[in-house]
Design a protein around this ligand. Structure first.
Ligand code: ADP
Ligand code: MG
Length: 798
C-alpha cells in the first residue's frame, strides 16, 4: 500500500482527475485503447500512472498485468520532472519502482513499475522487442502535440495491441497490452476517428476540469517588432497594479528569456533597492555585446507610460474587489473575452479569488503584494529547454514572502509543465521552430505565430488556482485571421530518413502503407529513400518496388540512436581497417549529433539563431576553446573538445567548460551519447550479427578498451596522418551529397553548395577561416536573419 505524506494527499485532493480514478482504471482494465482528455494541470501525467500502480499494474506477482507502466512524453524536461514528482508522491525512491530514461540521462532500476521516457526511447524499445513484453500498459502522453515519434508510436501500437491480444488469447506467455492516449485538447479526433488506427472505437474519457474563467485581453494593435519590450512592459504594469499571483510570460528563445529576466530583476529586485535604469543598461552592453535591442525604458513605464492608462488613482485591492476593471485598465485592448470556467460557478470563482488574495496579502495589511514603498520584489525565473534541470526545478518552489513570481518561458511551459500559482499570462503569441527548406539540406530557426489552440493552452495556464487573466500581445483580428487552428503535425515538416530507416529495421517494408495519422508527403518519403540509398542503407529499388530492401549495413545503422548519416560515417571509419579511427569517429558522431558547444566571442556580431544553442555570447577576447580547433575540420574540433572534456575528472567538468568557454549542458550530453555509442559499438562487434563487411574485425575493440585508451592522444591529432585522412573520408561517406567548393573570390570563406544557388559562409566559430580549403564536406546549412552558414565543415581534397 502506498504511504503518501499528508502534504501530498492534500495536493492530490485538489486535482480534478482524482475524482475519476475509478472510471479511469475501469476503462483501462476493460478496453484495449483508452483516450483521456483533460485540460493541462488536471493531473493526467502525475496521477494516471499512480492509479495504475495502485491497481496492481507493474506488480510482477499480478497475473493480469505484471508488466510495467510505460509513460512517454515528447519533451525531455517533462520526463525528468514528472518522474521525480511521481516518485515523491508515491513516497518511493527515484530509480526504484519509479524510473526515467531520456536520450542522455537515465535513472531507472532493473524492474521499474513505472517508467517515464521520451517517445524516442520507447520507439527504440519497440525496435528491440516489437511486442513490448516488458510492459502491460503504454501511456502516450501529450498526444495532441503530434511529435514525429508520438505519431509513429501510435501507428505501431495500433498493430502491437491487437497482436498482444491475439497472442494472449492463444495462451502464449504474454498478457494483453493496454494503450492509453492522453491529451490536453480534443485534438485526438484524427486518431480516434482513423479506422485504420482504431478499428474499434476506443474508450473516450473527458476529465471534467475545474478550470477557473480566464479573461483574455487582446491588444488593440499587434506588436510586430518589439514584442519582447511589450512583454516586459506588461509584466511591470501587472506587478504595479494588480493583486498577487504569479505571472507566466511566453517568449520564443533563451536569449529573449534571459534578457527579459534581467530587465525585470533590475526593475524590482527580490532583495534590496531597484538599480537605476542607466546602470542596468550599462551592464547589459558589457555582457551581451550588440545583440540586445534596447528599445524600451523601464523607468518610463514606471512613471506611468501613456499606453498603460493613468495611474493617478491606484486601484485598491482589499481582497473583495473585483479586479477586472484594473485588469482591463492595464491593457490597451480592443476586446476582452472570457474563456473556460467549466465546472466552476460564479460565486465559487469569486470566492476562490478573494481567498487567494487574502492568503497572499502580506501582513502589512496593505493588500496585494504591496509594501509601504510600493510593489514588492519580483522573483524572476527563466524556463527553457537548455536550462540545467536543477534550475528548471525552481519554478515549483514557493516564492519568498512578499515577492511575486514571474516565470519567463519558452514554449516548454505551454503544456508539459504545470507551474503552480499562475494567475496572469502574458503571451507574445509566438514560438521558435526549426523549418527545413529545399530538400531538407537548409534549415532556419524561425519565429512564427503559434496556433489558436496553443494560444488558448497558454491562456488556460492562468486559470488553474483562481480566475485569471491572459494578456495577448496581438489583436483579436490577428488571432482570428492570421493564426491557424492547430499547428501542423511535426512529421509534415521534418526530414524523415531516420524514421524510415527505423521503420524498415522493424520490418515495415511498405512505409507508404503505414497507418500514419498524417502521412508525410510522397516527396518527403522519396527524399528519405534517396538519402538512404546514397548511404548504402537500402539497395536500389528493383522492378517497380517502392523501395529497395534494407542492407546489412542499414540494419546495423538502425541500431545506433543517431541519424543515418552519423551512423554511416561511424561505420565507414570502422570499415576502413585503419587503426586508431574508431574512437575518434565515435567522438565525432556524438559531437555532431548535438549543437556546437563552442560559445561565441561577443565581438562577433552574428545572430546566432540555433534554437536551443542560441545566446551563447560571451565576453570579449579570443575564445579559449581555440585550443581544441583542428585546422581543417570543425567536426574534429568538436570531437577534440569532447575527448578533452571526457579526459578530465568529472569534478572538474564545470570548471573545464567555463575556462574553455564550452556549453556545459551540451558537453555533458555529448559525453553521455559518446559513452552510449561506445557501448553499442562494442555490442555490435561482439555479437557479430552483421558480418565482417559491415563491422570488420574484433580488433577494433582493442581501440575502445578503456584501459588502453588511445582517445586522449587524439586531443592533438597531428593533421595529415592516416587517421585523419580516413576520418575525412568517413565524413564524406555520411554526407556525400553535401560537398561545396570554395567560391575562390576575395572572400575566401564563402562556399557554394551544389544544392543551393547561393553562397554560404563559414560559421564564426569555425576553425577553417585561416586554411579556407578548396572543398568542404558539411553536415548542415543554417539560415539566419543575415546569412546562411555552413555547419560542421571539414576540408577535403577533391
Ligand atoms: P496534466 O498532465 O494534466 O497537465 P500534471 O499531472 O502534470 O497535470 O500536474 C498536476 C499537478 O501536479 C499540477 O498542479 C502541478 O502543479 C503539480 N506538479 C506537476 N509536476 C510537479 C513537480 N515536479 N513538482 C511539484 N508539483 C508538480
Ligand atoms: Mg501532462
Amino acid at each position: 500500500p502506498v504511504q503518501r505524506t499528508g502534504k501530498i494527499n492534500d495536493s492530490r485532493e485538489g486535482l480534478p482527475i482524482v475524482q475519476e480514478e475509478h472510471e479511469i482504471v475501469d476503462a483501462i482494465n476493460t478496453n484495449p485503447v483508452t483516450v483521456i482528455c483533460g485540460a493541462t494541470g488536471c493531473g493526467k501525467t502525475t496521477q494516471v500512472p499512480q492509479f495504475l500502480y495502485e491497481a496492481g499494474y507493474g506488480d510482477p506477482d499480478c497475473d493480469s498485468h505484471p508488466g510495467a507502466v510505460a509513460v512517454t512524453q515528447p519533451r525531455r524536461v517533462a520526463v525528468t520532472s514528472t518522474a521525480r514528482r511521481v516518485a515523491e508522491e508515491l513516497n518511493v525512491p527515484l530509480g526504484g519502482d519509479v524510473g526515467y530514461q531520456v536520450r542522455y540521462d537515465k535513472n531507472v532500476g532493473d524492474n521499474p513499475r513505472i517508467k517515464f521516457m521520451t517517445d524516442g526511447i520507447l520507439l527504440r524499445e519497440v525496435q528491440a522487442d516489437f511486442l513490448l513484453r516488458k510492459y502491460s500498459v503504454v501511456i502516450i502522453d501529450e498526444a495532441h502535440e503530434r511529435s514525429v515519434n508520438t505519431d509513429i508510436l501510435l501507428g505501431l501500437l495500433s498493430r502491437i495491441v491487437p497482436l498482444r491480444a491475439a497472442l494472449a488469447a492463444e495462451g502464449k506467455a504474454v498478457t494483453p497490452l493496454r494503450l492509453v492516449v492522453m491529451s490536453a485538447t480534443l485534438r485526438v479526433e484524427e486518431f480516434v476517428e482513423n479506422r485504420k488506427l482504431c478499428p474499434t472505437p476506443p474508450a473516450l474519457l473527458q476529465v471534467a476540469t475545474r478550470q477557473f474563467p480566464v479573461t483574455v485581453h487582446f491588444s488593440r494593435k499587434t506588436e510586430h517588432a518589439d514584442y519582447v519590450g511589450a512583454a516586459t512592459k506588461k509584466v511591470l504594469a501587472i506587478h504595479r497594479k494588480l493583486p498577487p499571483g504569479g505571472i507566466l510570460v511566453f517568449l520564443t528563445g533563451q536569449r529573449e528569456v534571459e534578457m527579459v529576466c534581467r530587465k525585470l530583476r533590475d526593475a524590482y529586485p527580490l532583495h534590496g533597492k531597484r538599480v537605476n535604469a542607466a546602470e542596468s543598461s550599462d551592464d547589459e552592453d558589457e555582457d551581451s555585446g550588440d545583440a540586445m535591442d534596447d528599445t524600451y525604458d523601464v523607468d518610463a513605464i514606471d512613471a506611468g507610460g501613456e499606453d498603460l492608462g493613468g495611474d493617478d488613482d491606484e486601484p485598491d485591492f482589499d481582497g473583495e474587489d473585483d479586479m477586472s476593471d484594473a485588469a482591463s485598465d492595464i491593457s490597451e485592448e480592443d476586446e476582452v473575452l472570457v474563456m473556460g470556467g467549466e465546472g466552476v460557478g460564479e460565486e465559487e470563482a469569486a470566492e476562490a479569488e478573494a481567498a487567494w488574495t487574502r492568503a497572499n496579502a502580506p501582513s502589512t495589511g496593505l493588500g496585494a503584494d504591496k509594501t509601504a514603498d510600493g510593489p514588492g520584489g519580483l522573483n524572476v525565473l527563466p524556463l527553457y529547454a537548455l536550462l540545467p534541470p536543477n534550475l528548471q526545478q525552481r519554478v515549483f518552489q514557493a516564492s519568498p514572502d512578499g515577492s511575486r513570481m514571474v516565470i519567463v518561458a519558452t514554449n516548454v511551459a505551454e503544456t508539459s509543465l504545470t507551474i503552480p500559482g499562475i494567475r496572469y499570462v502574458v503571451d507574445a503569441g509566438r514560438a521558435k521552430e526549426r523549418v527545413y527548406e529545399r530538400d531538407a539540406s537548409l534549415s532556419r530557426f524561425q519565429v512564427g505565430w503559434v496556433s489558436k489552440a496553443s494560444a488558448d493552452q497558454r491562456a488556460g495556464r492562468a486559470g488553474r488556482t483562481s480566475p485569471g487573466h491572459c494578456y495577448r500581445l496581438f489583436s483579436s483580428a490577428h488571432f482570428v485571421d492570421e493564426m491557424k487552428a492547430h499547428a501542423d503535425p511535426q512529421i509534415l515538416g521534418v526530414p524523415v530518413e531516420g524514421v524510415v530507416l527505423q521503420m524498415r529495421a522493424m520490418g515495415i517494408d511498405k512505409v507508404v502503407n503505414f497507418p500514419f495519422i498524417s502521412p508525410p508527403e510522397r516527396s518527403a518519403l522519396a527524399a528519405a529513400e534517396k538519402t538512404l540509398q546514397i548511404l548504402g542503407a537500402v539497395e536500389k529499388s528493383r522492378h517497380g518496388e517502392e523501395i529497395g530492401p534494407l542492407t546489412d549495413l542499414g540494419r546495423a545503422m538502425a541500431v545506433l540512436p543517431i541519424s543515418p548519416r552519423h551512423s554511416r560515417m561511424l561505420f565507414a571509419a570502422a570499415q576502413s581497417g585503419v587503426g586508431g579511427c574508431l574512437s575518434p569517429a565515435i567522438a565525432i558522431a556524438a559531437a555532431l549529433s548535438l549543437d556546437s558547444p563552442f560559445l561565441r566571442n561577443s565581438s562577433e556580431t552574428v545572430e546566432d539563431d540555433e534554437e536551443e544553442g542560441e545566446a551563447k555570447a560571451t565576453p570579449k577576447g579570443p575564445p579559449p576553446h581555440v585550443r581544441f580547433h583542428h585546422p581543417a575540420s570543425d567536426a574534429l574540433s568538436a570531437a577534440q573538445a569532447l575527448l578533452a572534456y571526457d579526459a578530465c575528472k568529472s569534478s572538474d567538468a564545470v570548471t573545464f567548460c567555463s575556462t574553455n568557454r564550452l556549453h556545459e549542458k551540451t558537453m555533458r550530453e555529448m559525453s553521455d551519447l559518446r559513452r552510449q555509442l561506445k557501448r553499442l559499438v562494442v555490442n555490435l562487434a561482439t555479437t557479430s550479427k552483421f558480418g565482417d563487411d559491415v563491422f570488420p574485425n574484433a580488433a577494433v575493440l582493442n581501440e575502445l578498451d578503456d584501459s588502453n585508451q588511445a582517445a586522449s592522444s587524439m586531443i592533438s591529432l597531428p593533421p595529415g596522418g592516416d587517421v585523419e585522412r580516413t576520418l575525412r573520408q568517413a565524413l564524406c561517406a555520411g554526407w556525400a551529397d553535401r560537398i561545396a567548393p570554395n567560391e575562390k573570390s576575395t572572400k575566401a570563406t564563402r562556399y557554394v553548395p551544389a544544392l543551393l544557388d547561393a553562397a554560404v559562409f563559414l560559421h564564426p566559430t569555425s576553425s577553417l577561416h585561416r586554411s579556407s580549403p578548396d572543398y568542404v564536406v558539411y553536415t548542415d546549412l543554417l539560415q539566419t536573419d543575415k546569412r546562411a552558414y555552413i555547419v560542421g565543415a571539414t576540408g577535403i581534397e577533391p
